[in-house]
Design a protein around this ligand. Structure first.
Ligand code: ZN
Length: 290
């Protein structure tokens, strides 16, 4: 069975843009030290009635994810077209549960950060020790640990646990956020993870917790959902906008495809305006997809 490479030329502009953004999201997560070998996932819903979504190829690190090698699967976890890579079953179960249950979940961001896993293992969960935590005051959901999420019937319970909030602590597991867009899910995750980091640091001494009425009073209103336009940019903020791509390039997270790999050097590329042909590094066997 032949495998067609997903490229800008054989995809809709909307899907290609989404792929570039999602690949950029993996590079940002890697840059922030959130990668976990080949585990954990960020997924994005492909617009349309088909309920397709994009997720990282199982077996690749975050810094190896590109716009072209992202896996497009349906709600049953089946590849939509013959693809070179597969998706992780546990990732598919968690992410499909949330995408199916929450129409506003354009992006589901789930990581095993050290701070997130540590707070996920605490009986009281997230404590309102800092204003980052206050963003999630009565706005974070919890899902009890059932082991690695390998059973389809856990999707119903995940959906029930995560019925109204946009942030979820998977007990004894890690953190998860959603956003209508990839940038929104990212900022929400960053703040939740930061709140966990602060909590762990603060727990080295006696905690001073503001009274509930103060936490309630400063909690963002539902429409803000813990975010503001200042933080996520204009409503159509995109991780593939020229400004964001420029910053990613400056940070060394992506390099233009035109720079062919030199001997022994690995070329990474989130996306490019090229036609997506594969390039093979003769020295180390790595493939570089546009
Ligand atoms: Zn996980």
């Amino acid at each position: 069975m032949s495998v067609a490479l997903a490229t800008r030329s054989n995809l809709s502009r909307v899907e290609w843009d989404l792929r570039v953004q999602l690949a950029g999201a993996y590079r940002i997560a890697d840059h922030l030290g959130w990668s976990e070998l080949i585990y954990t996932h960020i997924s994005a819903r492909v617009p349309g009635r088909e309920h397709h979504f994009l997720i990282n190829p199982y077996g690749l690190r975050f810094d190896e994810v590109t716009a072209s090698n992202l896996v497009k699967i349906d709600v049953e976890g089946n590849p939509v077209t013959p693809q070179a890579h597969k998706a992780n079953k546990a990732g598919f179960i968690i992410h499909s549960a949330i995408h199916l249950a929450r129409p506003n979940a354009g992006c589901v961001w789930h990581m095993h950060t050290l701070a997130g896993m540590a707070v996920a293992g605490q009986d009281e969960g997230l404590l309102p020790v800092h204003m980052y935590s206050h963003n999630f005051w009565n706005r974070v959901a919890y899902h009890d640990f059932e082991g690695p999420s390998m059973r389809l019937d856990e999707r119903e319970r995940l959906a029930k646990s995560f019925s109204k909030h946009d942030a979820l602590i998977l007990r004894n597991h890690g953190l998860l956020t959603i956003g209508e867009t990839i940038p929104e899910a990212f900022i929400r995750f960053w703040r939740l993870n930061r709140a966990c980091e602060i909590q762990l640091a603060a727990q080295s001494a006696k905690l001073r917790i503001p009274p509930p009425e103060v936490c309630e009073a400063i909690r963002p209103q539902p429409r803000q959902a813990g975010l503001s336009a200042v933080e996520i940019g204009p409503p159509k903020a995109s991780l593939s906008s020229p400004k964001i791509l420029s910053r990613l390039r400056k940070a060394g997270l992506i390099r233009p495809l035109r720079r062919l790999p030199i001997a022994g050097q690995k070329l990474v590329c989130v996306g490019s305006p090229g036609n997506g042909e594969q390039r093979q590094n003769q020295n180390n066997g790595h493939r570089f997809h546009a």
